[in-house]
Design a binder for this molecule. Sequence first.
Ligand SMILES: Nc1nc2c(c(=O)[nH]1)N[C@H]1C(S)=C(S)[C@@H](COP(=O)(O)O)O[C@H]1N2
Ligand SMILES: [Mo]
Length: 414
Amino acid sequence: MASKKASRRGFLKAGAAAAAVGAIKTTGAEAALPQAQPPKSLKDLVAYGERSRFVTSVRVPVVDRPSPDQFGLIFHILTPLQEQVGNITPSSLHFVGTHRGAIVPDLDPKEHKFMIHGMVDRPLEFTVDELKRFPSVSRIHFIECLGNHSKPEYKTVQETHGLTSCSEWTGVPMSLLLKECGVQKGAAWIVSEGLEEVKGGGSIRLAKAMDDMMVAYGQNGEPLRPQQGFPLRLIVPGFEGVYNTKWLRRVKVVDRYYMTYNDYGHIQKEEEIAAMTVQWGPKSVITFPSGGQQLPGPGVYQITGLAWSGGGKVRKVEISADGGQTWKEAEIPGEVHSKAHTRFGLNWKWDGQECTLMSRCTDELGQLQPMRSQLAQHFHEPPDYYKTHGVQGTDNMIQPWRVASDGSVHNALV
Ligand SMILES: Nc1nc2c(c(=O)[nH]1)N[C@H]1C(S)=C(S)[C@@H](COP(=O)(O)O)O[C@H]1N2
Ligand SMILES: [Mo]
């Protein structure tokens, strides 16, 4: 570790990649190259890849929800955002949102069937293989649970923001399947249902179903993981996570909003249905430096993190190193996808003084990620309201990280 630090400092001092290459040569790294561990079995070597034993990032259950839950199982599970690079969450580290716990239905894709019925001319049932005969689409989208709230007592970005992940999903556009069934006049909503006890159902406007929803069977180049809904799930890009029904069994086309388990009993009146906020606003978070991390000393660092929006593409990410007084535009090194995690970065020279880092996202609709006080103002609450209250609906407020003069990094929400 010490030598790694030293060579990084050398690189930063020299400020040129050529110098770093020279440094590697003089360490005699080739001679010291450790031998790969002998594989446990031939299966490990050729059949399915494993990560290096030196790579240790893991998911953890949400800290302050009862664990195990009422079912004796673990509730939502957080992805280690602080260790992720790029935009795609490894499938094995995708966050898990389930009302049933970490142990999930064990479905045989040869047996499983998905049905569309209700206000359609031809109710149809599809096996996974039948769905694969339709033209497929692959799209990169984030999923984020409504429960992704930062709180002052959360220490790391895994705890404050670990209920969102991003994958390349492959499947069939919902619009194509609905056209195949022939949607009848007067239909306005669909109700989805998964097949476990609590169903994971939800009411979604038909317009969204016809727009960009997908019945997915693939995730990052292979079948969905069981915890992500194997063999079939709904992808509802940009909407609250709860709508992305896993272990998808049926979609019923209907004429009005239907109450389901997923309303948690909070929908009471017609006006509330009309005003329902189901789409994520622009959001971002710095993953380095973030809570619990340690800067070795003053010097140049790359601030990096992820931005996303349920409204479409990320247009701009800005970073403040002075608690939100001044902002600098970050770079977006990769391709920007709609309703997808978008990596940003900015070189930053830390002078060793205590400071507060923040990021904010503007999306293609021109929506700007709010400070906590602005969010309160928007909902006609006093500026300090969200100090003591949870946000009703999707919480996309700016996350501050405080870098102390000893280089330790802390959640700056108070
Ligand atoms: N059938 C079913 N679908 C479900 C759920 C569930 O409990 N059952 N949980 C929902 C919730 S609350 C979330 S946040 C997302 C999470 O998707 P993920 O586990 O793939 O991250 O799935 C949704 N789909
Ligand atoms: Mo969720």
